[in-house]
Design a binder for this molecule. Sequence first.
Ligand code: 5AD
Ligand code: SF4
Length: 472
Amino acid sequence: MSYTETEKETIAVPEKVSKRFFLETYGCQMNISDSEIVTALLQKEGYKSTLSPAEADVVLLNTCAIRENAEDKIRVRIKSLKAVKKRNPDLIIGVLGCMAERLKKKLLEEEHLVDIVVGPDAYRSLPELINGLEDGGKAVNVLLSREETYADINPVRLSGNGITAYISIMRGCDNMCSFCVVPFTRGRERSRDPETIMNEAKLLFEQGYREVTLLGQNVDSYKWFGGGPKKDFEKVTAENKNAEVVSFASLLEKVALIHPLLRVRFTTSNPQDMTNEVLHVIAKYPNICKYIHLPMQAGSSSMLERMNRGYDREKYLRRIEAIREIIPGCSISTDIIAGFCSETEEEHKETLSLMEKVKFDYAYIFTYSERPGTLAAKKYKDDIPEEIKLTRMQEILARQRRQSMDNNEADIGKVFEVLVESHSKRSKQQLVGRNSQYKSIVFTSEQHKPGDYVHVCITKCTSGTLLGEVLN
Ligand code: 5AD
Ligand code: SF4
């Protein structure tokens, strides 16, 4: 048997190749992006990924803490690993991400199967923590950082379609919405060096990717001052009066200019911070997608005040009007929380009426879940009974379903440029992609493949999908 140079090397250092890891991701796109970073960090150290916990030496769960039920699901998953650990007593179980950061070493006390707890800013220490784990030992690293952006790490893409990818442009959040645990689990906001963002996007394009989504908890507050993140502003400008300031609008423009065939998306925008400058950049470049996710959370000014969102109903509506005026044909989605502290029937009705006015294309709807340590948990009572929260959520859902259907029906007869992402699960001849407005479009074609741009005329729809025919 012959070995290549690298194989020889790895055989000479057995601990470098001996470990296989299984990584499972919960929660938002940011967590998917973080898992791609963790995979890169572990692979660099010689770890190999496996698709089953039974084959792994290390099982990692990258977790979410945004609502209680997200954490409950993870606890059930941890318990389900008991049988795997019984068969392989050396198995290391690690909890990463927001739940790890929220509970810290308490998680080890509450979930005895867990060996390692690592927060979102401490992933670089993961290989060392795993290696240093002594028989029966436990390890925790939940230090939050003001600098860490993993800017130098080239993520291992896990989405699998080879066409769309996430790029993290910043980490953390300074907004302190009263219901939200994110500022506590992901720490202070910091922006990533734009040069490294551009390089990542260019590399993806060269590898055949055709769409990047720029990720941040609040992309509108992205800021980089020639040679340093926002906090270094005074120092940098004192040293260099001509230092270039990169705002989110200018970053978006830079990425759009990489190649006209590279589509650019971003999330999440914040009504409090989204500028018209950003809207004009979106309007100017055909390859910046005409889609904005703008969480409203609630429709009444009194609720928005309690939520500490930094805008009221009127300001939210003015942002919507600006989008409609500057970017005609832009689709808009939102997040809504039902049953936040002391929400009256009147306030709930105002949420429904704001939805009526905006006519969102899509909405992510949640019932309020109190998170320990947040402003709301300290200041307000979680006093809306669960049945009422659920009834209100159902009303919001029904309202949105009707609206999504109406909006999709209005697309019938229109022609959209679709970026093909994959073949449909049902049939090899059916392709699935999205238009600029982020709507999922299914059509039949034997001539096209993932990565192609195809003009499709919409013929039918459901509330979630558009169906169409290729335009010759
Ligand atoms: N309860 C319910 N929903 C929440 N979200 C954030 N925190 C909570 C909470 N405590 C929702 C918000 C946010 C989305 C990502 O999750 O709508 O925009
Ligand atoms: Fe949470 Fe508000 Fe920050 Fe979004 S903007 S992550 S809701 S604190």
